[in-house]
Design a protein around this ligand. Structure first.
Ligand SMILES: [Zn+2]
Length: 232
């Protein structure tokens, strides 16, 4: 879709060219301009695959602080997440990561020093081919300029899907499911001190809480919980 030189110049001005990474991001976005993934119109900014109208219509939450779910798990957000997870539409990770970063930038202070995506068990990772939480975290990391540690923690137990379980069963199901991956990842976590766990969907929060407990027990001083969407 054609973008006028004026639009491009304005968007370049709005960009904070603080690092080589930010400059390469801007060049890539200029060469391959974002298109709204919901209606096909021009993206609202160089980082966002949504137009202004679809962006404003999203089911935003009003939560903030250490527990951030950017959106409610409702149309069209649920569809974007299901396409990512079950149909392998990996490009949806970009729009979901950018939306998470936008909400966090508005609400969370202070920001963490490291992002830790919720890990998949190796068997589940082989089956799906990618970890959707890690894909989302990578885009949020790029936007917020906070490093991501996708292998700092691992899933030591393959837990059955949470979808058919009630609240107490979900807590039981994830107990003992996570561990820090080793000495070097532990050093990285402790050096960061304040980290945020990133996931796609928060339902009861039992998975995120369990992982938070593991990190706090390992000595991390503050652990925030970030999810793209919350089931309300
Ligand atoms: Zn649109």
């Amino acid at each position: 879709m054609f973008r006028s030189p004026e639009v491009i110049v304005n968007q370049w001005r709005r960009f904070r060219l603080t690092s080589p990474r930010a400059i390469s991001r801007l060049l890539a976005a200029t060469l391959f301009p974002p298109r709204c993934c919901l209606c096909g119109f021009e993206g609202a900014s160089l980082d966002l695959d949504l137009c202004d109208f679809c962006h404003a219509d999203l089911p935003w939450t009003d939560s903030g602080g250490a527990e951030n779910a950017a959106l409610r798990y409702e149309p069209p957000v649920d569809q974007l997440i299901r396409e990512l997870k079950y149909q392998g539409v990996i490009s949806n990770a970009r729009v979901l990561g950018v939306l998470l970063a936008q909400r966090v930038r508005e609400r969370a202070a202070p920001l963490p020093g490291l992002l830790v995506p919720v890990p998949l068990h190796p068997a589940r990772l082989r089956e799906r081919g990618f970890n959707q939480a890690a894909a989302i975290a990578r885009h949020a990391s790029r936007m917020l300029e906070i490093p991501v540690a996708p292998r700092a923690v691992r899933r030591v137990r393959d837990t059955p899907s949470q979808t058919t379980l009630d609240v107490s069963q979900r807590h039981q199901n994830v107990r003992g499911a996570f561990a820090v991956s080793g000495e070097r990842p532990l050093c990285r976590l402790l050096n960061a001190g304040h980290v945020a766990i990133v996931d796609d969907v928060m339902t009861t929060g039992s998975t995120l809480q369990e992982l938070r407990e593991v990190l706090l027990s390992a000595g991390v001083s503050r652990v925030d919980l970030w999810a793209v969407a919350r089931v309300s």
